[in-house]
Design a protein around this ligand. Structure first.
Ligand code: NAI
Ligand code: MG
Length: 440
């Protein structure tokens, strides 16, 4: 007999008392906070509450930041031993750990991701990243890269909004370990943790100008990319902007690294452990609202298990808790911005129009803020836009295959590389030459 008792979760809200958000922010240049000239609002995407006003850097501010970074590079950072640089990175890592709760709450407020994820994933990984690269700072000459490894100089770094502090750590920690100084621009919708990180640089007594943070939108990003005083550009974000940057940098002496979009295949063979695969599918596409470059956004199912997998997947998706990101039990938070929500809606509507079948988990969405229920599309062909374009939201496109070769051909039918998943009991399925994946 079914139990009449329903065991629901009680609300478990995290307190925001631990953070203090200023009404207005400037830039962090040469070790000091300097006032901005123009400002734009940053909001909490779960409530649409305006959290603060963020400064929009123009030419003068970007110039000043590049100048400060160059001065710090020439006078201090490039002269310092790796061991000394490592000490600062260790200090930053420890301060991030000490202030982890403050960073987690601020990240969730500004980004909309569940507090459980910012607390257990973003912030601990950011600290771990600084610890890791602190350890490399004095070992670069033994890393097998030759004995004369040398820094680029001044790095211009532009990051997106899906993992704001973690992306900052991925950019700043290795650059500083290798002896570069940086000018970093966070994404316009998620600048707050980068500005708190600037305080950490002060607290760690990092020499002035080694890290500079300028805030702003794509126009600020373009000023960094085209600045003649910068030696290296590091960018993570959309493929479109990546192409613009590649074109801008190609005729210059600048070095560049680009980390762009994806449309990763998650292939489930008939012999896979289905219950485990379901967890892998859910994590692959619904973690961080699907705002993940390597999200498993194309589920490629062997046809004879498709019905069973989809049944179980729908049951599992019905248990995903969507709502207040500050609640410790929430699984899926808010979509980061109105623009991103519109993009997800537009691509999903194209799926309807092209004849795919939509199924969304039954859940009550808050009335304010930007929300999208966990969704799957079936009945998709490879030419559908939702099978080809990055949706960057909690939307899974499902395709089926009969023979392993057909599954692999479908998985590889994408201009993207980046990642893929294979679920099978057989090692020969992963490694067999007939099943090899194109390495892109
Ligand atoms: P975006 O590429 O426009 O923004 C990323 C960063 O680049 C931001 O800091 C932005 O201010 C900056 N930027 C924008 N235009 C620039 C330019 N011309 N020169 C230099 N910097 C510039 O990404 P957006 O518009 O926020 O998202 C659009 C789509 O991009 C998403 O729907 C998703 O498909 C994809 N995306 C992929 C990411 C990934 O990690 N692979 C991250 C963010 C977005
Ligand atoms: Mg954009």
């Amino acid at each position: 007999m079914e139990s009449p008792v329903s065991f629901d979760y009680a609300p478990a809200p995290e307190s925001r008392a631990v953070v203090s958000i200023k009404p207005k922010y400037g830039h962090f240049i040469g070790g000091k906070f300097v006032a901005g000239s123009k400002h734009f609002p940053t909001i909490n995407p779960a409530t649409e509450e305006v959290l603060s006003q963020i400064a929009l850097a123009g030419k003068a501010e970007v110039d000043a930041a590049v100048k400060a970074a160059r001065k710090a590079y020439t006078a201090t950072w490039s002269k310092m031993s790796g061991k000394e640089r490592g000490k600062y990175l260790f200090r930053i890592a420890r301060i991030l750990q000490e202030r982890a709760r403050e960073f987690a709450v601020l990240e969730t407020l500004d980004n909309g991701k569940p507090i459980r994820e910012s607390r257990d994933v973003d912030i601990p990984l950011a600290a771990a990243h600084f610890f890791y690269h602190a350890g490399w700072a004095d070992k670069l000459e033994f890393a097998g890269l030759g004995t004369s490894t040398k820094p680029h100089g001044v790095a211009g770094q532009i990051i997106p909004w899906n993992f704001p502090l973690l992306m900052l750590a991925w950019k700043i920690a290795p650059a500083l370990a290798a002896g570069n100084t940086v000018v970093l621009k966070p994404a316009e919708s998620t600048s707050l943790t980068a500005l708190l990180f600037a305080e950490v640089c002060q607290q760690a007594e990092l020499p002035a100008g080694v890290v500079n943070i300028v805030t702003g939108d794509g126009s600020t990003g373009a000023l960094i990319v085209n600045h003649p005083g910068i030696d290296k550009i590091a960018f993570t974000g959309s493929t479109e902007v990546g192409k613009i940057i590649a074109r801008a940098v190609a005729p210059t002496p600048k070095s560049v690294t680009l980390e762009l979009g994806g449309k990763a295949a998650n292939i489930i063979f008939e012999d896979a452990a289905i219950d485990e695969a379901i967890e892998g599918i859910v994590n692959g596409i619904f973690f961080n609202q699907g705002h993940v470059c390597c999200a498993g956004s194309r589920l490629i199912l062997q046809e004879n298990i498709a019905e069973e997998v989809l049944d179980k997947l729908k049951k599992r998706m019905s248990k995903i808790r969507v709502g207040d990101p500050m609640d410790k039990n929430t699984d899926l938070g808010a979509i980061n911005s109105k623009e991103q929500l519109l993009k997800i809606r537009e691509l999903s509507a194209s799926g309807d129009a092209e004849g795919a079948q939509r199924w969304s988990a039954p859940c009550e969405l808050p009335t304010k803020g930007f929300w999208f229920a966990p969704t799957i599309f079936t009945g998709i062909t490879q030419s559908h836009r939702i099978a080809r374009e990055e949706i960057f939201g909690p939307v899974l496109s499902v395709l089926t295959f009969r023979t392993p070769q057909e599954g692999i051909d479908k998985a590889n039918n994408t201009p993207f590389g980046l990642s893929a998943g294979i679920w099978s009991e057989k090692g020969s399925r992963f490694f067999g030459p007939a099943n090899s994946f194109a390495l892109e």
